[in-house]
Every structure is written in C-alpha cells, then in structure tokens.
Design a protein around this ligand. Structure first.
Ligand code: GLC
Length: 427
C-alpha cells in the first residue's frame, strides 16, 4: 500500500482520523449570501460596517457544535479565525476589527477551542492571508475596491511589508494563545492573477518563508496546508470542491491530502442557497476520499446568531447515523491495492478490506482473482455473514467470468443504510 511523502509536522493522527469539520464564520453570516459578498458586490468599508455594528451571536454555543461534530464522527475541527473580509474572531492586539469591539464584545475562539477539545477533537485554525479591510493590503483582482476609477491613488501608501508583519503578529497570537494547535490552514495565493494592471499575490507578498519559519518554531508538530505559494513547506494539499479520482501527487510523489467540501454551495452561511447535497452524496464523498487515501474536511457555516441551520444539522446527522455503524472502514484506513468490484469503493486497514457498495447489485458481488484470499465476509452494520458462493469455474465461465473469481452472495434487498459496507477478512 502507498505511503505518502513524509511531512514536516505530525501527520500520524491526521491520516488515521480522516474526517474533520470546517467552520466558516464571520460577519458575512449577517448578509447571509456567501462569504465573498464583499468582493462580489464591491462593498466598501462604510457600507460593510453595518454588519460589524450588528454582530451579536447571542445563541453561540460551541459545546453544541462540538457535540454534533463528535457525533458525526469528525475528529478535528478547523475554524476561520479571520476570513478574507479581515474580521477577527479573537481579541487580537493588532487590530480593532475584531469581535471584542462588536456588540457581542467577547472573544469567540477560546470557548470554541475549549468546547471542541472537551469533545476530544483536535483543533486547527484557518487564517486568510487575504484581507480586504487592512489599510496596507494593496487592492488587487479580488479586492472590493478593484473597480474604483482612482484605484492607483487608493493603492498609494499601502505597504505589503507592513501587512506581512501584521500577518506574522496575528499568526503568532493564534499559535501562542490557545495551546496546542494541530493544523494551520492558510488561504490563499494567486501570484499570476493580474487584473487591469493590478498584480496577484503570493509568497513575496506574504513573506511566506519568514512566516513558515515562525510557524514551525512556535508549533513544531503543526500541519500546514499548501496555500502560501511555497510548495516544499506544505504538509498536505487541499483539493477544494472537487472529488479526486485517485491519490493526488506532487512532483510524481503521493502526498498527504485533504479535500474540503460544503453541504451546499457556500462556505459561509447562505440563507437562500439550495444546492444541498443528498445523503448518498455526503456519504459517498467521505468514502471516495478515504478510498483514495485522503481526508475530508466538511464545512458548516453557522448563522449570525451563532446557531447551526437545521439543514446543516440534518446533514451532520446523516454522517452520525452512518458513522455509528461504519466508522471502522474510515478511521485508520487508506487506499487498497486491490481492484474494487463494479460500483464499489475499497478501503483497507491491514488484513481488513472494506467494500463500500455504492449501487446495489443483483445478486453477486464479484472479485476477480480473489477466490482464495478471503477467510470470512460480513456486513459492518449488523455483523451478519455474507456468504461466499461455491461457484464453479464452469458456472463462472457461463457468467462470462474468469476462474478464481470470488462471488459474494448478497441479499436481494439492500440493507437500510445509505452505503452498505462488507468487511472481508483477508487470509
Ligand atoms: C477558498 C475561498 C473561500 C474558502 C476556501 C475554503 O479559496 O476563497 O472562501 O474559505 O476556499 O477552502
């Protein structure tokens, strides 16, 4: 089986745990129409201020979020400490654009960290190196002021050197003020992305080398993602809103990876978005990911009140109900070297091979070349035996199959779980 390239930080827990929760929360929960609303609608500071002035998530109860995450089978969490809008969820010494200056008036991160740790989850921070509010951050392709006629003038005096220092100061706060942090998820670089003469941004702008050196010094075990435009410094890659069909590689080498996904088409709370994924899609995304040796970071976007939308809770419950019976085929598992039968995905942990049946066949599940390899087969949801059929080579031939094919005899009716799983005990 594949062993991915070694990481700088400690990835041993990460490749075991496989399933985490992403939390996108900020002022954008109030407009409730995508976390990029400032950029998309070209909203200036004055007009965006209304959300700051009314930020008061009185129902914030991170213990409840943490409980739902743990029950869903998630083992770690990554919280947006600051998204592109620049608003900080903690009491940073380096800005007034932070939660403690809103009507809510209290730090959100310490109680969050405590709640999730209390449920046994590891904690990571997302930090946006993009900042549409900071006065030194130069206007570029995504900035809400990009189409101002006097953009050249507006950029005068802005100083990315000072901004890079601000980033280091803030990341230092995050990595020293909240105990052990397991993941730092920085977002994002776009060095070639020019817009009307405004250059993109990357490692030079963030001073990524200095930033990474500081991160490694403060939290040597931390896992750092790959969005600082410094590929060799990254511990894991982050395909977003796509489902890899194989194990991702960098320079030909398999790497630790995590895909981040949403329940619907937005990261921040989006009231009117309706492309919510079906239960089958949700479970298949998790299964597909682990079957390709990766992790799934599934996002929730809490509301302006600090609660989780019922649609998000329902989606978490889909994971809860499935994971309660099937987590064994996720935790500690990875891509298998065996070839899956039609419409199936395989994960493996040592001598246990897990067959996830995405479309229910009638009535054999066929494994070419595996006739002698399996000692016993049983469903994960109830432990019941799945009989290995004594199918003769003559019969196999009549079915168009090769000798040596293992045939599992399935019940006609699919078990009442979203994706049934059979555990094969390999000889
Ligand atoms: C992005 C987006 C964003 C989201 C992130 C999650 O690059 O800018 O809003 O936070 O991906 O992966």
């Amino acid at each position: 089986m594949i062993t991915p390239r070694a990481t700088h930080g400690d990835s041993s827990w990460f490749v075991h745990d496989r399933f985490g929760m992403f939390v996108h929360w900020g002022l954008y929960a109030l407009p409730a129409r995508h976390e990029w609303v400032r950029s998309r609608e070209l909203i200036n500071d004055a007009d965006y201020q209304v959300y700051f002035d009314h930020f008061n998530p009185a129902r914030y109860d991170p213990k409840e979020w943490a409980r739902l995450a743990r029950e869903a089978g998630m083992r770690y969490v990554v919280l947006t400490s600051k998204h592109h809008e620049g608003f900080c969820l903690w009491d940073s010494d380096y800005t007034d654009y932070k939660v403690t200056r809103t009507p809510y008036g209290r730090d959100l991160i310490a109680p969050f960290v405590e709640a999730f740790r209390g449920e046994g989850l590891r904690v990571g921070f997302y930090y946006s190196v993009i900042d549409w509010r900071h006065p030194d951050f130069t206007i570029d392709a995504f900035h809400p002021l990009r189409d101002q006629p006097n953009v050249g003038e507006l950029n005068e005096g802005r100083d990315m050197r000072r901004y890079a220092e601000y980033v280091r100061n803030q990341v230092r706060e995050l990595l020293t003020g909240f105990g052990r942090i397991d993941v730092l998820w920085c977002d994002f670089s776009y060095p070639g992305h020019e817009y009307r003469g405004l250059p993109g941004k990357g490692r030079v702008d963030w001073e990524s080398e200095k930033l990474v050196a500081m991160i490694r010094e403060l939290q040597p075990d931390i896992l750092l993602n790959n969005r600082l435009d410094l590929p060799d410094a990254a511990d894991f890659v982050t395909p977003e809103q796509v489902q890899p069909a194989g194990w991702p590689r960098v320079d030909g080498e398999h790497v630790v990876w995590e895909t981040c996904q949403t329940f619907s088409g937005s990261w921040g709370y989006h009231r009117d978005e309706s492309t919510w994924k079906s239960p089958g899609q949700l479970i298949r995304m998790l299964v597909n990911t682990v079957a390709c040796g990766g992790n799934l970071l599934m996002n929730v976007g809490p509301t302006a009140l600090g609660s989780l939308d019922q649609r998000a809770i329902d989606a978490l419950i889909i994971y809860r109900d499935w994971m309660k019976l099937h987590s064994e085929s996720i935790y500690g598992c990875t891509q298998s070297d065996f070839t899956p039968p039609q419409d199936c995905r395989l994960t493996q942990n040592g001598q246990n091979l897990y067959v996830h049946i995405l479309a229910w066949p009638f009535r054999y599940l066929l494994f070419p070349g595996m006739a002698d390899k399996v000692a016993f087969a049983q469903f994960l949801h109830d432990g019941s035996e799945v009989q290995m059929d004594d199918i003769t080579d003559v019969d196999l031939e009549a079915l168009g199959l090769e000798p040596g094919t293992l045939a599992l005899s399935l019940p006609v009716v699919k078990p009442d779980v979203v994706v049934p799983v059979i555990r094969l005990h390999l000889r």
